[in-house]
Design a protein around this ligand. Structure first.
Ligand code: BGC
Length: 929
């Protein structure tokens, strides 16, 4: 670090230009490694003009004066006439320095106080009704609105599930489900702090996370952003996570409140669920976020719950959140999840995002005037906004914090720990892993997820990492120069399959000027259909069109063929595909659709007639269709590399195109991957499969043919390094499944209750932009699986999934012993349970000791066991750790439907301790009086 003067001035590089000596020096020194970002200008105090060096520097303190942020005059220094002003300002800054107060860096929110309340109410009195209403809607997608009359600036938001994503490249952490697989609240706190710092480095006030919805089904498109299938685990992680974010002076936003457990038709789906199921499964993590984590923003979900959109649900918003849980901060909508301004205003919504389409001046002014909405209701919302920003000091300090770096080495270390702690070893036959580095001379890394790095799933959580480490590069780095690393993708890219399909006579495309295949068609012929690309938001089309693609395909050889289709599939789009007149089942879609494939057994010379019909709701149509002969789909190179290598790693699984927000994914692996794993395993029995994805997936075709299986979830930017470390034994795997891993989608307990109930569709009248009410078709999804989600179902029915919740192998072994449980206790008193865990193997490792409670004398149907305690213990070989877990009333309670409150049936309970929901070697009875 340069030791010239003590002055460090933040300089916005974006504003810099190249002409002046001052600025060109800055750019030539720093431009290569922090272009367009903030650097500090270090200079001798005697000379303000000579910039000698730029460094990114971590400051132990911050300047309190907002005058120093930012320093935009640099652009003007282009002009020689304005240059003196620059110097003058710099000189002024020098002069001001002694006045600046230095303060501790992280700025946790102050607790509410009579002073803050008084100030918040006083601010409200300064606003007109119009100004108050204007504050209730956002602007520019990621901001609240400013009120210039009282000097209130606007506040900035950013998406969050994998990293602070909205404002350029960032640190991409192992998000949601991976964090849950770590079972480590201390890590959750560190990730929260990292995200808080990443937010401050970008001046972000609101972080739009964490997401805590329950993983009810493996196909739900956003499971990867969320945590687990268990409310206790989610609650235990969300509290330190929020604490971490908010300790940095950034508001965390717990989302999506509530019951967003599928992406299918997420704006319109009506979740029908009973109160007990809600209270016991779907609400606890939100409750913990509010009552223990003191989260300062909650985001309502898109869906309806028992007939009301979340943004206008009085039960969830008013009775539960703001009433029972005492939430005093800001309840915002998901983006365009508000459907009725008056109903939302009266039922608890404080802030409509991203803009006021419904809670706007026109609607609410009229509603206040004619008494449909009380002015005090509007005032309460504004007080909540003021109270929160006052508690965070947003009016007294800059949110941009130059001591935090956008490309932070410290946060990179957290990202690496996140990947290390989550990777879960599911199978390790014959102890193939860890690999003996001395014996591996050639390693083949094959598969679509091997390179480039797949850090996260798709949608608003997609975080662009600066330099993500792929599985291929992670392994190569770990293997070192003496090991020969061979790489093949193994499968073609999807668009290559589309382009390489030889249709007999091309594809006939018939386009009708209507949305029902009527009117004068335009007919064209093209050699292939290969226009697919994932697009998150597409403008609606003004002119109707319906398109029919007709093509014939002649099989050259006898065998198995893959028919592959990818269609944008927006809500409102219709899509149908037939083969020889027979309609194929297609995935329901919403804001997109996962690519789909079907396997067809054909004879040489057999010709198929394929017809695909789409009625797109958007003007651009993204559609691809192709056929490939399965035995030739896997590249010859991949098979050859597999045969040559001492060991093969197949990186399989999903990616942002196949799994993401707005649509549900398939349970089967993306097309061709089963064939790829089979082909590689046939060429080399020492095949290790790594999976990327938000939960369980279909492994039936190949699991018994491969000796080792690792789940990496979405491991963030450092995932490849962590995979390499686990494979070569530099890190002992410690992840434990946060979801049950089913064999098939059908055996998942929610499968029969996942899509709408046939014949139950009704219409809902919704106001849209002041126009007459629009009829929405409401698909009803009834949660008849009730409490029987994940391991609750498996343990209650006595059946077994492929891999149970809580399961994960290690390179060492552990033993549980010495369970101490009081024989009797009084209901509601604090109860301590203790036991020993010993590392009985020869290497250090971490075990997650899990405590489950069973209630055999219950009066109501309860899941056979429920997680009520856990602790992650790290131990050296031979070490024993004594673990004590405390159980409160919540460990024994259920929601009494009739009395509408928590209840405990006195009598016998069983306390079980072990390393998964199924393996609980220790158990003891406890009688509760
Ligand atoms: C997502 C939210 C996200 C918001 C802003 C919505 O589509 O559901 O989770 O925070 O967009 O990007």
């Amino acid at each position: 670090m340069l030791q010239y003067g003590k002055l460090l001035i933040p300089l916005i590089m974006e504003a810099a230009s190249t002409n002046s000596t001052l600025v060109s020096n800055v750019l030539s020194v720093a431009g290569s490694f922090v272009p367009k970002k903030v650097a500090y200008l270090a200079m001798p105090s005697s000379s303000a003009v000579d910039v000698v060096k730029i460094e990114i520097k971590k400051l132990p303190y911050t300047f309190k004066s907002p005058m120093l942020y930012p320093f935009p005059v640099m652009r003007k220094s282009l002009n020689p006439f304005t240059q003196p002003f620059v110097y003058l300002i710099i000189a002024c800054l020098f002069a001001m320095l002694p006045c600046c107060t230095l303060s501790a860096f992280a700025q946790s929110p102050a607790p509410d106080s009579p002073q803050i309340e008084a100030k918040a109410h006083a601010l409200v009195t300064k606003l007109t009704l119009e100004e108050k209403i204007r504050l209730l809607g956002g602007e520019d997608n990621m901001f609240t609105k400013a009120v210039p009359s009282i000097g209130l600036p606007r506040f900035k938001m950013s998406d969050a599930s994998m990293g602070v994503r909205t404002w350029g490249p960032t640190t991409a952490y192992a998000g949601g489900v991976a964090l849950a697989a770590s079972w480590d609240p201390a890590l959750a706190r560190r990730v929260g702090e990292g995200l808080g710092r990443d937010s401050r480095a970008r001046g972000v006030h609101f972080l739009l996370g964490p997401g805590v919805n329950i993983a009810r089904s493996p196909v739900a498109g956003r499971n990867f952003e969320y945590l687990s299938e268990d409310p206790f685990l989610n609650s235990a992680l969300v509290v330190p996570f929020i604490d971490g974010v908010q300790s940095q002076g950034v508001i965390a936003t717990v989302k999506h409140y509530a019951l967003n457990n599928e992406e299918y038709n997420r704006h319109n789906v009506n979740v029908e669920v009973d109160e007990r199921t809600m209270r016991e499964l779907y609400l606890p993590a939100f409750e913990a976020a509010v009552t223990q984590g003191h989260v300062d923003a909650v985001m309502d979900s898109y869906n309806l719950i028992n007939g009301a959109h979340a943004t206008q649900d009085d039960f969830l918003n008013l009775k539960v959140l703001k009433g029972e849980w005492g939430f005093k901060s800001i309840l915002m909508s998901d983006w365009d999840a508000t459907y009725d301004g008056v109903a939302a205003a009266n039922n608890g919504l404080d802030l409509e995002m991203p803009s006021a389409r419904f809670m706007d001046e026109k609607t609410l002014l009229a509603a206040v005037k004619d008494g449909r909405v009380k002015e005090s209701t509007i005032d309460d919302k504004v007080v909540r906004i003021f109270r929160t920003i006052l508690r965070y000091g947003f009016l007294d300090r800059p949110q941009f914090d130059p001591a935090d770096s956008t490309c932070s080495v410290a946060d990179r270390a957290i990202a690496l720990d996140g990947a290390r702690e989550s990777i879960t070893l599911l199978k390790n036959k014959g102890s193939l892993l860890p690999l003996d580095a001395a014996k591996v001379k050639i390693i083949a890394v094959i598969g679509p997820d091997a390179w480039p790095a797949v850090t996260g799933g798709g949608g608003s959580s997609e975080a662009r990492a600066f330099e993500p480490v792929s599985i291929l590069t992670g392994i190569a780095n770990l293997a070192g120069p003496d090991v020969h690393v061979l790489y093949a993708r193994g499968l073609p890219e999807m668009n290559d399959v589309f382009r390489d399909t030889r249709w007999e006579g091309g594809v006939t495309v018939t386009t009708f000027p209507s949305n029902d295949f009527t009117g004068k068609p335009e007919i064209a012929t093209q050699p292939y259909v290969g226009d697919f690309q994932r697009q998150r938001h597409a403008p609606k089309s003004d002119t109707p069109q319906s398109i029919r693609y007709s093509a014939s395909y002649k099989a050259a050889k006898t065998g198995s063929y893959i028919l592959l289709e990818a269609f944008q599939g927006w809500d409102g789009d219709e899509f149908k595909i037939t083969v020889d007149g027979k309609q194929l089942p297609v995935l329901p879609h919403a804001e997109g659709q996962a690519p789909q494939s079907w396997t067809l057994d054909l004879k040489a010379g057999q010709t198929l007639n394929i017809q695909a019909q789409c009625v797109p709701s958007t003007s651009t149509v993204h559609f691809g269709l192709g056929i490939a002969y399965e035995p030739e789909l896997v590249s010859a190179e991949a098979k050859q590399f597999a045969a040559l290598a001492d060991v093969v790693v197949v990186a399989a699984g999903f990616n942002p195109t196949a799994e993401g927000e707005g649509y549900d994914r398939t349970f089967t692996l993306p097309w061709g991957q089963d064939a790829l794993i089979e082909a590689v395993a046939a060429a080399n029995p020492r095949t290790i499969v790594t999976l990327t994805g938000g939960g369980g997936m279909d492994t039936r075709r190949w699991l018994d043919k491969v000796p080792a299986l690792l789940h990496t979830y979405y491991p963030g930017q450092e995932g490849g390094t962590a995979v390499g470390e686990v494979l070569f034994g530099k890190h002992n795997p410690e992840g434990k499944l946060p979801v049950s891993f089913d064999r098939s989608w059908e055996e998942n307990p929610s499968a029969h209750y996942y899509y709408p109930i046939k014949g139950a569709d009704t219409s809902l009248h919704v106001m849209e932009d002041g126009k007459p009410p629009v009829d929405y078709v409401i698909p009803h999804v009834k949660y008849e699986d009730k409490l029987m989600v994940g391991y609750r179902y498996w343990t209650t029915t006595g059946k077994h999934p492929l891999f149970p919740f809580g399961f994960g192998l290690s390179y060492t072994t552990f033993n549980f012993s010495n369970l101490q449980v009081p024989a009797t206790a009084t209901s509601g008193s604090a109860i301590s349970v203790s036991f020993d865990v010993t590392n009985t193997g020869s290497v250090a490792g971490a075990e997650v000791a899990q405590l489950y409670v069973s209630d055999p004398s219950t009066k109501v149907l309860r899941p056979e066991r429920e997680l009520k305690g856990f602790e992650k213990v790290r131990m050296a070989p031979g070490e024993t750790r004594h673990v004590t877990l405390n159980l409160d009333a919540g460990a024994f309670s259920y929601w009494d439907e009739a009395a509408h409150k928590w209840a405990i049936d006195p009598g016998k309970f069983i306390i079980r301790v072990g390393d998964s929901s199924e393996n609980t070697p220790l158990h003891a009875d406890l009688i509760l009086n």
